[in-house]
Write a protein that binds this ligand. Structure first.
Ligand code: SAM
Length: 226
């Protein structure tokens, strides 16, 4: 089922959260919103329960999820302390969202959903396979893993993505990462399947210059460990 993406302005309630952030952060958040279909990703998140956005950056998706449903308790984790500082400054009095520096969920937590939005392309194959396994073990039975990645087609969109990430990771050092190669979506889906997930694939790139692809991976309600 294709889910149409559409570029839109940063919603007012989300923009307000960043209104006290430095101008450079506000610009980055606004540009990021315009280049990534966050609403299409959020549409697949459960309306309630503990949710983790791993590699949350400045907290856009975590904040969107928390704003749209008070029944969600959303945690954002990212290894970059500067991005987490920006994200934390948005929390204010809200109790259903929090941010911390880190790469992995604390042992013993069981989330209803975990999202990975444009994180795996920064990891080697060994690293992303390990991270998927970690996420698998941090999900409750019936839990959902949302993996937003990039497709390899159309080629012109994949080329735009490669060029932009080369600048961001290699030239400017804005983003922490070991590589800049999105995993092959088929290999990603196969790995998720081997971990016991039922996987569906959703192109969410309509209206965007990047080949956004969302893999929705769902665990059986009574989970068996691989
Ligand atoms: C392209 S940014 C995406 C940020 C956010 N998910 C978004 O969509 O705005 C990639 C993020 O992954 C984080 N990251 C890098 N290596 C990571 C790792 N091993 N585990 C989790 N996050 C990582 C980076 O610090 C960065 O914030």
């Amino acid at each position: 089922m294709p889910v149409l993406g559409r570029r839109s302005r940063l919603p007012r309630d989300l923009a307000l959260l960043y209104s006290g952030s430095p101008l450079s952060d506000r610009l980055q958040v606004s540009l990021r919103w315009r280049s990534c279909p966050f609403e299409a990703v959020a549409a697949f998140a459960p309306p309630a329960g503990e949710q983790l956005d791993l590699g949350c950056g400045r907290g856009i998706l975590a904040n969107l999820l928390a704003l749209r449903s008070p029944g969600r308790a959303v945690r954002g984790l990212d290894p970059d302390p500067r991005r987490i500082e920006t994200a934390r400054a948005t929390v204010g009095e809200r109790r259903n969202v929090s941010f911390a520096v880190g790469k992995e969920p604390a042992a013993g937590t069981r989330f209803a959903a975990i999202s990975l939005v444009d994180v795996l392309y920064l990891l080697t194959e060994t690293e992303w396979k390990r991270l998927l396994r970690t996420c698998r073990h941090a999900l409750a039975p019936g839990g959902i893993l949302l993996v937003k990645t990039m497709a390899r087609r159309p080629r012109w969109k994949a080329a735009i993505d490669r060029f932009q990430e080369t600048l961001s990771v290699r030239a400017f050092g804005w983003t922490i990462g070991s590589t800049i190669v999105p995993p092959d979506p088929d290999a990603l889906a196969a790995e998720l399947g081997a971990l016991g997930f039922r996987v569906s694939s959703h192109p969410i790139d309509a209206g965007f210059p990047h080949p956004h692809l969302l893999l929705v991976a769902t665990l059986p309600a009574a989970a068996t460990r691989p």
